[in-house]
Design a protein around this ligand. Structure first.
Ligand SMILES: Cc1cc2nc3c(=O)[nH]c(=O)nc-3n(C[C@H](O)[C@H](O)[C@H](O)COP(=O)(O)OP(=O)(O)OC[C@H]3O[C@@H](n4cnc5c(N)ncnc54)[C@H](O)[C@@H]3O)c2cc1C
Length: 422
């Protein structure tokens, strides 16, 4: 069994498969010590994220943000048919009906994944712990708070725990932190953990469990014999396998072409800076609502992350947007001074963003032996463990773990592919 990609999704897939007795080879073009989307992210485990990225109102807000160089959203203008098609599909998906259908699916995925994150952390002590203090959404304006209250009502209707708090209530949640906010929403089912610690611990444990890693091995294509996969092409070599899991993050679309399916995806680039010696330490993670910035306390420091740049992966860091992140943090948490944060090194990663904001997860019906596990966008860290368990169920048969959801049409990797051509 070949797993293409050693990000959080690929490693969780390898973990779930090897634990059920499969022989697994993970292939990645990166080195064993590497950077990437799965390392410097905000580490939030988010059952609260029941509204997919493609939702009504997002477009209007996005267009307004495009005019502001420090805003959290940007589309790099470029002549690219894939980008135009992606934007068209995004617009078509941003409906109230899509949000209503996606909510319960996302809830079940995140809640199952949260439970599996806890099990993983218990099994891998070096992964650090999963902190179960929830996430608080901070609002700087009454209008922002009003919007978040509506979202919280939707989350509660889906059975999630969401408490609306005023400014003083937020202060109680974050003792010792100076705040300039009108209130917020505390999502009690959310949690957080260190993505880097989990990645390193997972990789070490997979090696010990006998998983073979092929590092610095770029895959250029999928080998097929009729309908059936026979391996992947890496340079002159074919790595043979009659079973393939595509977990290549934002670059997975290229393999869709080989397989005759469309996996439309755009890189949603984001930035983070980690403050090793923060002026104050929040007791739990905060999402700054109007600014779309995450503030996460880890053992290694407080991480400030945000921005969604639909832009080429190799685009240089846009320091105006990084400044947008640090200035937003100063606005909500004034002890963090943007000028003091300016010299910190900037990490960047690309989220694999599907046009409807839902992962691609399941078998490709028109080929034999291929499973797709990608497109998790802003939720790949949160959904890694459940994705692994679902892929293992698909490949090896149901494990009997009732918490693990079954794949359904909203996750179908062929949902943008039209009728079968193979
Ligand atoms: C600023 C920021 C904050 C975020 N915060 C959160 C958060 O709080 N919670 C959350 O759940 N998510 C968060 N995310 C999103 C999360 O980081 C991603 O969804 C997740 O890392 C995607 O994981 P992945 O395994 O699918 O892809 P990746 O981590 O990108 O891994 C894909 C792997 O495939 C390999 N690969 C690709 N193509 C090839 C090829 N042709 N040959 C060989 N190897 C190949 C790559 O080298 C890479 O190692 C955040 C993202 C950003 C940018």
């Amino acid at each position: 069994m070949v797993v293409l990609g050693a990000g959080i999704v690929g490693l969780c897939v390898a973990d779930a498969l090897v634990r059920r007795g499969a022989a697994v080879t993970v292939v990645d073009r990166g080195a064993p010590v590497r950077e990437g989307a799965s390392f410097g992210n905000a580490g939030l485990i988010v059952p609260s994220h029941v509204v997919p990225l493609a939702a009504p109102g997002v477009l209007g807000k996005g267009l307004r943000w495009m005019l502001d160089r420090e805003s959290p959203f940007f589309v790099q203008p470029r002549l690219d048919l894939e980008l135009v098609r992606w934007g068209w599909r995004f617009m078509r998906s941003a409906t109230a009906r899509h949000v209503a259908l996606a909510g319960p699916v996302l809830r079940d995925l995140h809640l199952a994944s949260r439970a599996l994150h806890l099990e993983l952390a218990a099994r891998l002590p070096d992964a650090g712990r999963v902190a179960e203090r929830g996430v608080v959404i901070l609002c700087a304006t009454p209008a922002g708070l009003h919007e978040e209250v509506v979202v919280a009502e939707g989350a509660r209707a889906l059975g999630l725990r969401a408490e609306v708090v005023d400014g003083a209530g937020v202060g109680d949640l974050m003792p010792g932190v100076t705040l300039d906010v009108v209130g917020g929403v505390h999502y009690l089912d959310d949690a957080h953990a260190s993505p880097r610690a989990l990645m390193v611990a997972l990789q070490t444990s997979l090696l010990a469990a006998g998983v073979a890693f092929r590092w610095e091995t770029a895959v250029y294509g999928v080998e097929l014999a009729g309908r059936r996969v026979t391996g992947v092409r890496a340079g002159d070599e074919v790595i043979e396998s009659d079973s393939l899991v595509i977990a290549g993050g934002v670059d997975s679309s290229a393999f869709g072409r080989d397989l005759g399916v469309r996996l439309p995806m755009q890189p949603g680039r984001g930035y983070s800076v980690t403050v090793a010696d923060p002026p104050q330490r929040p007791a739990l993670p905060a999402l700054l609502s109007e600014a779309r910035v995450a503030v996460t306390p880890f053992d290694e420091g407080v991480r400030l992350g945000g921005t969604m740049e639909i832009a080429r992966v190799d685009r240089p860091v846009d320091h105006r947007r990084v400044r947008g992140i640090t200035r937003a943090v100063e606005r909500y948490l004034p002890a963090f001074r943007a000028d003091d944060l300016a010299p910190l090194p900037v990490w960047t990663g690309a989220r694999p963003v599907s046009p409807d904001g839902m992962p691609y997860l399941g078998r490709i019906a028109r080929r034999d032996g291929v499973v797709v596990a990608t497109g998790h966008g802003m939720m790949g860290f949160s959904l890694g463990p459940v994705t692994g368990a679902m892929v293992a169920d698909i490949v090896m048969g149901p494990s009997g773990d009732a918490r693990v959801p079954k794949v359904g049409p909203l996750l179908d990797p062929e949902r943008f592919s039209g009728r079968a051509r193979a």
